[in-house]
Write a protein that binds this ligand. Structure first.
Ligand code: G
Ligand code: G
Ligand code: NA
Ligand code: MN
Length: 258
């Protein structure tokens, strides 16, 4: 109850919440491909409260509607700013933004995204929305329609934490998505055994067969990165490349590119 109250206050004041950006790199070149926006809460008395703690509270209280809209707007505003400073001809950066289960069940999310794109000047092709496997499978037919509408705006969709939910393979090929994110538990287990490497390989083969890009998350060592490169993984994310960082630091990365 206390945290709920405090989160509500944080959303009203708009001073304690901020967005961290974690680089996503192209595996072949090592170049910056995009960022994932990750919300952070700096509580005035308790310090940093992990999103694993406050996102579930936001979900169960409905505060996620306001919080999700705030993160979306902030991340879209940021990518529009970064695109503006890039040289013409340089590859487009994308911004990956998490959508919670609750947002995925809200038909208003389509008009929210449309409005935020218009307000911030972000182009739909720069935006990728991440949804978890379980959120989609919970109400698959409804989710598929919503994914179609979102993609109809021109934005990209990605399945997060792939392999940890109960994904029905019979649905996977029907999902209107662009990429799969291999859950970090698989990536982190790769060095342990050939079996674990085979699991990652099979997820990648499946993704390619279905026409999806693959993003591996939780890459912590150069050994992991090499294994994934050998599997022709498209994009990578993890502490080996960079941790989630404040916008000012990410801004320097964007600027350092040319
Ligand atoms: O940095 P990490 O501890 O940031 O994130 C923990 C979890 O919180 C992850 O599962 C991540 O997807 C989730 N998360 C981070 N930011 C957001 C957000 O803006 N919206 C939603 N729905 N989840 C988020
Ligand atoms: O659930 P989701 O995939 O959205 O979560 C992203 C989370 O993963 C964030 O909490 C982020 O801080 C964390 N993360 C990013 N890179 C790494 C990594 O290399 N190792 C670990 N353990 N966590 C990571
Ligand atoms: Na995510
Ligand atoms: Mn994930």
């Amino acid at each position: 109850v206390r945290l709920e109250h405090d989160l509500r206050r944080a959303l009203e004041r708009g001073e304690e919440l901020w967005v961290a950006y974690q680089p996503i790199v192209e595996m072949v070149t090592g170049g910056l491909a995009g960022f994932e926006a990750l919300v952070r809460w700096n509580h005035p008395e308790r310090g940093n409260i992990p999103p694993g703690v406050f996102i579930p509270i936001a979900e169960s209280t409905g505060l996620i509607v306001t919080l999700g809209a705030w993160v979306l707007r902030e991340a879209c505003r940021q990518i529009a700013e970064w695109q503006d400073k890039r040289l013409p001809g340089s590859a487009n950066l994308f911004m990956s933004i998490n959508l919670s289960t609750r947002q995925l069940n809200d038909p208003d999310v389509v008009s929210l995204v449309r409005d935020v794109l218009r307000e911030t000047g972000a182009e739909p092709s720069w935006i990728k929305l991440e949804i978890t496997e379980s959120a989609v499978m919970e109400k698959a037919d409804q989710a598929i329609r919503l994914l179609q509408s979102l993609r109809g705006l021109g934005i990209k969709m990605s399945i997060d934490d792939f392999g940890t939910g109960y994904s029905s393979l019979s649905y996977l090929h029907k999902l209107p998505i662009d990429s799969l994110k291999v859950d970090r538990s698989f990536v982190m287990a790769m060095h342990q055994s050939e079996e674990n490497r085979a699991i990652v390989r099979i997820i990648m083969d499946l993704a390619r067969l279905l026409g999806f890009d693959v993003i591996a998350e939780g890459i912590e060592t150069s050994a992991d990165a090499n294994l994934l490169r050998a599997l022709a993984c498209d994009y990578g994310q993890g502490y080996h490349f960079a941790r989630p960082m404040p916008a000012a630091d990410a801004d320097r990365l964007v600027g350092a590119e040319h």
